[in-house]
Design a binder for this molecule. Sequence first.
Ligand SMILES: [Zn+2]
Length: 383
Amino acid sequence: MNMNRLGWIRGVAGWGRRGVAFLLLFLGWGVSLPAAEPAGERKVLLVTLDGLRWQEVFRGLDEAYLDKEKGGVAEKERPLVIRDLGAETVTARRERLMPFLWTQVARRGLLLGNRDRGSRAAVANTAWISYPGYNELLTGHPDPLITTNFPRHNPNVTVLEWLDGRPACAGRVVACTTWQIFPYIFNVTRSRFPLWVSGRHSRLDRVSPKLAEIQQWMDDITSKSRDEHFDGFAFRAALDLLQTHRPRLAYVALGEPDTWAHGRRYDRYVYSIQQCDRYLREWWEYLQSQPEYRDRTTLIITTDHGRGETPADWTNHGESTPHSNQTWMAALGPGVPALGEVEGGEPVTQGQVAATVAALLGEDYRVAVPEAAPVLPQFRLAR
Ligand SMILES: [Zn+2]
């Protein structure tokens, strides 16, 4: 009898005399106990925040963008944004913008990519846009043939699809995304794990009443852009998927920071970043409230590309926008040492996330995909 089964019986005994009677009846019938999950089974929540620059993550609000010309911000709005997110120091500013990241994650986990401190993270693909970025992140390597966001089914297998085919994770992988190109990135003609996509009919084996209501609200509200809805819907849908599907690996892809940046609305860009940080905190708090996830779940947060670094080109990214290959990563939970904000060190690439996610779940991704980038060296994992 392993510890989990003991724990289960203790839990049942905790119901009181009626619970014990029920247990005896249960055993008397010769019915086997529900399969207990392996002791200490690890879980992963991977989150991407599309097009969120390392500059805002590590420096917080940049007041230089709070005007009509550079940031599309009306003059009367400027003092209000400063009131909400401004502060005297970089440390205080970034904590106001992303309080979960700079209290919980920075104190007990790690952050990579602050170039002001010599930590470098970047994509290895040469396109510096979303589909090539997500392909690299989720398959572990860039594909030189994927250079646009054209909706084409991905010939490459993502680490989600691969893990969904491994016995320890089979049927326990879910994804929740705002951008409607993800069904192509995951190649839903081939992959089988549940995928929820904003503004679309999703491929789920079951839809809870809560999720049905979320989708009803989503249908009633005008979408923010042609190919994705507001992040708030994906936030709620992801919470529901965690509650109802109980995955070992969940991937959530949010998109508002990129949308507002392309639209040259720096105020909306920073407010959407602040919301993303709150979503992260709420997911994390939910997971920590659940015995099967508490202290067993590793959170990894990153992005798909950077953006320009000047008031003229911060709205854009791609090979013609200098430095928009620059990214960042953050992590918290088992396997993540409390290094805080990493200074210096060897550069890391987005592709390293795939093997790292697999390693956190006890799998060696590079045996199957030798071209995948290695596990992030900052993590404490068996390699
Ligand atoms: Zn973009």
